[in-house]
Design a protein around this ligand. Sequence first.
Ligand SMILES: CC(C)(COP(=O)(O)OP(=O)(O)OC[C@H]1O[C@@H](n2cnc3c(N)ncnc32)[C@H](O)[C@@H]1OP(=O)(O)O)[C@@H](O)C(=O)NCCC(=O)NCCS
Length: 190
Amino acid sequence: MSLFPASLLPPSSLSDLVLRPLHKDDHLLGHLDVLAVLSPTPPLSAEQYAAICESMTSRPETYYPIVVFAPSQHKIVATATLLVERKFLRAGGLVGHIEDVAVSSLAQGRGLGKVLVVTLAALAEKLGCYKCILDCSKENIPFYEKCGFYHKEYEMVQYFGAAKKPLPATPTPTSSAPAPEPSPSKAANL
Ligand SMILES: CC(C)(COP(=O)(O)OP(=O)(O)OC[C@H]1O[C@@H](n2cnc3c(N)ncnc32)[C@H](O)[C@@H]1OP(=O)(O)O)[C@@H](O)C(=O)NCCC(=O)NCCS
């Protein structure tokens, strides 16, 4: 039923709410509605949802989606996923990627987002990752700083198919604007 063993998660500080791995039938508890605060999340049939869960569990030790379940409302109010990537560098090191952090609109501002991120960072460390990274908007940087992260690189993106977007206009460089400093010892920090 769970996408990964609940015993991997550190003890939760939440009272009246349950922090747990995603279950294969969590579409019935509003999992997709919560994700919709983050990005378009069209409805999925039960079969489609099951197929996505199956695709994740068929790649063991890779996907760790978690949810916060509110028993009083019988629905999921927050969710996030840890994705674990195996590298060739760092002698086959592991990198944790925190993805799809979303708290339902009515539950925001109560510490749930921080619980999700801190929990997944702790899980990444427990699983042997040497670092944990994530992409976010500029507006959310202060939130992630409160979760123990700091700003380092920049995100680049290319969309495909129906999601394809034109390149945004590049601002004209001005002589007064100094070129950005190259990242020091980037190779050592991959
Ligand atoms: C961003 C989001 C995950 C934060 O979750 P949340 O449960 O509302 O945040 P929390 O209550 O856990 O906040 C933890 C701390 O960060 C602060 N914080 C939260 N969002 C912040 C923001 N945008 N800017 C500055 N501080 C912020 C809170 O004030 C709190 O500070 P405190 O510990 O000093 O009290 C949530 O608002 C959300 O789902 N937003 C829409 C989707 C989204 O943007 N997801 C992130 C994708 S990268």
